[in-house]
Design a protein around this ligand. Structure first.
Ligand SMILES: [Zn+2]
Length: 125
């Protein structure tokens, strides 16, 4: 789903964006002429690779995503919120999902089997 930055209103609007095996659901609204606030929840499943054995496993997502979208380079004061800068005035929710998924994929992950191995090792000693 794509929306034009300038068409977003100051009244929060609900959205649902399906992308691959995940769903991003929440609200967006304009905070200033160059900033949009998004409060959303990312749910669904995504495959991640175990760093120990290399096995792929699906994890269930339930990630709160709160961030700001800046039309162009963000010029405000430092913000505690995550800020995504867009260049062409178009907010692409698929792209947001995709970048979130790729950051989850690069996270440190150990599969269930390797976790169980760990527990057994601890018992032996
Ligand atoms: Zn593993």
């Amino acid at each position: 789903m794509k929306i034009e930055f300038r068409k977003v209103s100051t009244t929060p609007k609900e959205f649902i964006n399906d992308f691959a095996s995940v769903k991003l659901e929440g609200t967006f609204c304009k905070m200033s002429p160059t900033l949009i606030k998004i409060d959303a929840l990312l749910t669904g499943k995504t495959p991640v690779t175990c760093i120990r054995c290399g096995e792929e496993e699906n994890i269930n997502l339930n990630e709160k995503l709160n961030f700001l979208i800046s039309d162009g380079i963000f010029k405000g004061n430092e913000s505690e919120d995550l800020i995504i800068e867009i260049e062409n005035g178009i907010i692409d929710f698929d792209e947001i999902c995709e970048s979130e998924l790729s950051s989850l994929e690069s996270d440190y992950h150990i599969c269930k089997n390797c976790l169980e191995d760990n527990i057994e090792i601890e018992k032996e000693f």
